[in-house]
Design a protein around this ligand. Structure first.
Ligand SMILES: [Zn+2]
Length: 384
């Protein structure tokens, strides 16, 4: 028997999930905050792992992303689907309900729609995006988040109002994945568009992302899911052979001072002639960030360090009030990161450019788009 959910928004609000392949979930689990964190599991092992973890730790939030968007492009006729051992299966409403029930039967804290990839808005044709929301709105359930795996092009000024309109029309909370080759927020108009989206849609969480989670939550996103490995830090174009997001066999660490992920090989270059930076998280315990080797154990330890640092940052965000105070905190993090980039450059005598995405986040924020109702009331308002 599935437990009913009381208020899915309460589960989502201000929560930072770690998105990880089911095979790595147990290694990350000790570093996941039960109160403010949780996990999104990907890959074939996700359902079994979800059940195991939730049986052992019922307080920990765990959900499943089937990754249909990494396999198949959505159409207006078939926006949802799933890869099965018998091949690709398109899902009608009954089939969709069955898959969502299956996630809950595996004790997922809430269900997540297996939405296929939503390509860029072609010349005003929003039929695919509309089909996702229209079908999801037919679901008679309160335990579901609708996944919208979208091309980054939806964040451009010309398309953004349509995306906002559809997310606002959705009866369920929405988890947005932004897809691009490489970092989607290095694309023109994307960082501003995402901020405006977060400000305009109160029931939006940002998924399969990186530190953009913090920029989004500072600007009103309800919550976020950060990928543990590089492939899980943004959406990917669908390919039939896409896996659930493995990890590359070289260590990558989040350097919190720089608000940036770096390969350990890069850190070794920087710190070849000066004392390397150390880390005080519970994994590193004051050790140098350059110590991780290519061994499997070290690659996992580097991931555990990164999870700890993400939750360290998230604890600070969580302590602020949503709105100006939270944005002020985030701006201070960015200002500090800029200083650390300068410091590192002067200490090492190398060039350490301030990344393009951090520059974009350092700029002032755009306002929310008014709702259609607000538009009307502005038009109609006059002396009473
Ligand atoms: Zn550490």
């Amino acid at each position: 028997m599935r437990a009913e959910i009381e208020g899915i928004d309460e589960i989502l609000r201000d929560r930072l999930l770690i998105m990880v392949n089911g095979q790595l979930a147990i290694d990350m689990l000790p570093y996941i905050s039960a109160r403010t964190g949780g996990m999104v599991l990907t890959g074939a092992a996700a359902p079994v792992r979800c059940r195991e973890i939730r049986n052992a730790l019922p307080e920990t939030v765990v959900v499943i992303d089937h990754g249909s968007h990494t396999q198949q492009v959505a159409t207006a006729d078939a926006p949802f689907g799933l890869k099965t051992s018998y091949g690709w299966r398109e899902l009608d409403l009954a089939g969709l309900n069955g898959i969502l029930d299956g996630q809950r039967d595996n004790r997922a804290s809430y269900a997540v729609t297996p939405t296929c990839f939503i390509p860029a808005d072609q010349a005003g044709d929003m039929s695919v995006l509309k089909a996702v929301v229209r079908q999801a709105n037919l679901l008679r359930r309160q335990d579901t988040v609708v996944l919208l795996p979208c091309s980054w092009r939806w964040l451009r000024r010309s398309s953004l109002p349509h995306l906002i309109e559809q997310i606002r029309a959705c009866r369920h909370p929405v988890a947005l994945i932004v897809q691009a080759d490489g970092d989607p927020l290095e694309r023109a108009e994307a960082p501003e568009g995402l901020r405006q989206l977060c400000r305009s849609c109160p029931r939006l969480v940002l998924w399969r992302t990186d530190l953009a989670a913090f920029d989004a939550m500072a600007h009103g996103a309800q919550g976020a899911a950060v990928g543990a490995s590089a492939v899980l830090r943004h959406g990917v174009a669908p390919r039939p052979d896409n896996g659930g997001g493995g990890y590359k066999p070289f260590p990558v660490v989040l350097v919190r001072r720089l608000l940036r992920y770096h390969r350990v090989a890069t850190l070794e270059d920087w710190f070849a002639h000066i004392d390397p930076w150390t880390c005080d998280c519970v994994v590193c315990k004051g050790a140098a960030l350059t110590r991780f080797t290519d061994s499997e154990a070290d690659v996992i330890a580097a991931l555990q360090h990164t999870v700890c640092e993400l939750y360290g940052l998230h604890d600070e965000l969580d302590a602020t009030l949503p709105g100006d105070e939270r944005i002020g905190w985030w701006r201070q993090q960015l200002a500090d990161a800029w200083e650390y980039h300068r410091l590192l450059a002067s200490q090492t005598g190398t060039e350490v450019p301030f990344p393009k995405v951090l520059q974009a986040w350092h700029r002032a924020s755009p306002p929310a788009l008014p709702t259609a109702a607000e538009h009307r009331s502005q038009d109609q308002s006059g002396p009473s």
